[in-house]
Ligand binder design. Structure first.
Ligand code: ADP
Length: 366
């Protein structure tokens, strides 16, 4: 087990900067998820930690020891790739034993390690099989099992569930949570799937364009996103955004003029002034249909999900349209005009640079 510390890390390929000024502390035993859109640098950061990429600047320590010059094999880490990278001609047993044989471990030590890992992953009845005789989920377990046998101080997982179908992904996600609870080893997990990030992580690191946008618990990122990017990335369906201007500021609310009226938002005004351009952010579950509400919308589609429905609407100021979570039995027709209101205590406000204003509830909790 080990903590990690990343200070001012940067990575360039020739003149292209891929990672910029990455600062991150990972505690011993933490489950940390790197999340962000494709191409944001998640894998490069993971590979830099693994030692598969040399970093261009900054420092990386694992368990307090500087790792910049330490080769991958000596970092005490084990990495599991999306592609599984199993040897097709070897049995599962031999696939899992291979690294230990190379490391010169005794037969008894190897057997104990393989059996233990196989038991944890429920593949102990499959050890004689070859990889091609397994399902995708079972192959992924073997790749994880091989990592476990090495008893690393840090596990690195690079999009490990991407090749599995939706149902298996959900199952394996739970297996990862159990694995972490059992092993209690530091784990770093890369995904572009924010549901995986929300459900697995103690701590989520949101990356965009080679920079860290925000680091926090799933709860912090969901309820207190630091900026518009994180607000739009975390949460499914996405947060709604509506452009407006500051109409009035009083001791309780910032009042925002929207195309259909004025919406109160419970945030600290910071340096906001009347007439400043702002963006209202409100999640689908915090928007309500209410006669006279400040958001004038028109229904474009309805999606029934059984216990609730999603109403899609267009509204001026909302370039991407709006999504409203409504009870499943509500009737609406295509083209119907609606007025909506956001819950003032639960909506978000972003300034012209996309930075979030501090929500009053957060201030009270501090
Ligand atoms: P992610 O894992 O978030 O999808 P990556 O870390 O794989 O993103 O890639 C980040 C960026 O670095 C991308 O723009 C990618 O094209 C670029 N990149 C990755 N590897 C190389 C390389 N060997 N040479 C040049 N550019 C690279």
């Amino acid at each position: 087990m080990a903590s990690l510390s990343i200070r001012k890390l940067c990575k360039r390929y020739e003149s292209t900067e891929i990672l910029r000024d990455i600062n991150l502390e990972i505690a011993d035993g933490e489950f940390v998820v790197f999340v962000g859109p494709s191409g944001c640098g998640k894998s490069t950061l993971l590979r830099s930690i693994a030692g598969l990429e040399a970093i261009s600047g900054g420092e990386l320590t694992i368990g307090g020891k500087r790792m910049n010059e330490v080769p991958a094999a000596k970092r005490g880490i084990a990495m599991v790739f999306q592609s599984y990278a199993l040897y097709p001609h070897m049995s599962l047993y031999d696939n899992m034993a291979f690294g230990l044989k190379i490391a010169g471990k005794s037969k008894a030590e190897i057997d104990a390690a393989v059996q233990k890992a196989a038991k944890i992953l429920h593949i102990d009845h499959l050890l004689d099989r070859k990889p091609k005789q397994l399902s995708g989920g079972q192959r992924q377990r073997v790749a994880i099992g091989r990592a476990i046998t090495r008893e690393p101080s840090v596990f690195l997982f690079d999009e490990p569930l991407s090749n599995l179908d939706a149902a298996l992904r959900v199952k394996m996600r739970l297996e990862f949570a159990k694995l972490h609870a059992t092993l209690k080893t530091t784990m770093i997990y890369v995904t572009h799937d924010q549901v995986e990030a929300m459900t697995l992580a103690d701590k989520i690191v949101v990356l965009s364009g080679g920079r860290i946008e925000q680091v926090g618990s799933p709860h912090q990122l969901y309820h207190h996103p630091a900026n518009r990017f994180v607000a739009g990335f975390i949460g499914s369906p996405k947060m709604n955004f509506i452009e407006g201007t500051v109409a009035r500021i009083d001791h309780q609310y910032v009042h925002v003029a929207l195309p259909g009226g004025v919406q109160a938002v419970s945030v600290l005004p910071g340096s906001l002034k009347v007439s400043d351009t702002v963006t209202l952010g409100v999640r689908p579950e915090h928007l309500q249909i209410a006669a006279g509400g400040p958001i004038a919308a028109r229904v474009t589609a309805l999606e029934s999900l059984g216990d609730h429905a999603h109403l899609y609407a267009e509204a001026s100021g909302a370039a991407e349209g709006l999504i409203v979570r409504i009870p499943d039995d509500e009737q609406h027709s295509h083209g119907e005009a609606l007025a909506l209101v956001a819950d003032p205590e639960r909506c978000h406000l972003f300034d012209a640079e996309g930075q979030a204003l501090v929500r009053v509830k957060l201030q009270q909790a501090a």
